[in-house]
Design a protein around this ligand. Structure first.
Ligand code: PAF
Length: 283
């Protein structure tokens, strides 16, 4: 596996693959790799000749009071995990390489952000869209892999790829979970033992909502209330940030479930904000 830190070296490596008519699969990450990331790498390896993983904690997507400094980082561990997983290139630029000056142009996301994490993290998706635009231009991937856990991110980026005519496919892969249902996240490392135990209730609340939907409940307010009640009963260490039921991928409010819908939740613990969701497939 090659470790590349400069944009020009990354572009050279990509050009060599393109000359061979190789397809490129790309997994953008902020590091602290876990099984969730590895499931994306596995999928990318199945579908492409060459797999690039980026490792970059993007300052643009963190608000002033968010966890940029605390975001877990362990380069040596990530390098080994990526190498063992069969990644071809680990692209890990420094911030000054990605943003050598105040950007003249950045990406502003207009839809799908006034709800869920977009509401509590103003500017977050602009930062995500801006860094991914740069990374897509640098890596020139055929396919880019995202986890379903970050469903709003996937919906925003799918929209951006369509709007800006990027010649790549977004592949969204299922959320990888611990045996008790907790969605894997680099931030889980910051949970205390009690918080970690309690966190299993996030997925359980989503399954609880899904059961009502499967039993025929299509009133959005009712579903939202059921999930919220479950969380209020079972979450004591954390603070519930939001519970919402929206159309997917448009992320608009509806009164009745029509087409695919998402139940999405976020809980703020002391040092980690956890998000999770479940997609309700339209009947
Ligand atoms: O999901 C993430 O880890 C980040 O938002 C991403 C896509 C790597 C952009 O910085």
């Amino acid at each position: 596996m090659k470790v590349i830190t400069s944009i020009s070296d990354m572009q050279e490596s990509v050009d060599a693959e393109l000359r061979l008519n190789h397809t490129i699969g790309f997994v953008p990450t902020m590091g602290y790799l876990h099984e969730g990331h590895l499931s994306l790498v596995d999928q990318a390896k199945k579908e492409n000749d060459f797999v690039v993983v980026s490792l970059f904690v993007n300052p643009l997507q963190f608000g002033p009071n968010e966890d940029f400094d605390q975001y877990p980082r362990d380069f040596n561990r990530d390098r080994k995990v990526a190498e063992d997983a069969g990644v071809d290139v680990l692209f890990c630029p420094q911030a000054v390489e990605m943003y050598p000056r105040t950007p003249v142009v950045s990406v502003s996301v207009d839809q799908r952000t006034n709800v869920l994490c977009g509401q509590s993290r103003p500017g977050h998706f602009n930062g995500v869209a801006t860094v991914l635009t740069k990374l897509f231009h640098i890596v020139v991937p055929n396919r880019v892999y995202f986890g379903r856990k970050d469903a709003q991110q996937a919906a925003v980026i799918e929209g951006m790829v369509e709007d800006f005519n990027f010649r790549l496919d977004i592949v969204t892969c299922p959320t990888v979970r611990e045996t008790d249902g907790v969605a894997l996240s680099s931030r889980n490392i910051h949970l205390s033992q009690t918080e970690r135990e309690e966190a299993r209730n996030l997925y359980q609340s989503l399954q609880y909502g899904e059961r009502f939907y499967n039993a025929g409940e299509t009133n959005v307010q009712q579903l939202q209330t059921k999930v919220l009640e479950f969380l209020e009963k079972n979450i004591h260490e954390g603070v519930i940030d939001y519970v919402d039921v929206l159309s997917y991928p448009d992320l608009t409010k509806k009164q009745t479930c029509t087409g695919d819908m998402i139940i999405a939740i976020a809980v703020q613990y002391k040092k980690a904000r956890l998000i999770d969701n479940i997609i309700l497939i339209g009947k």
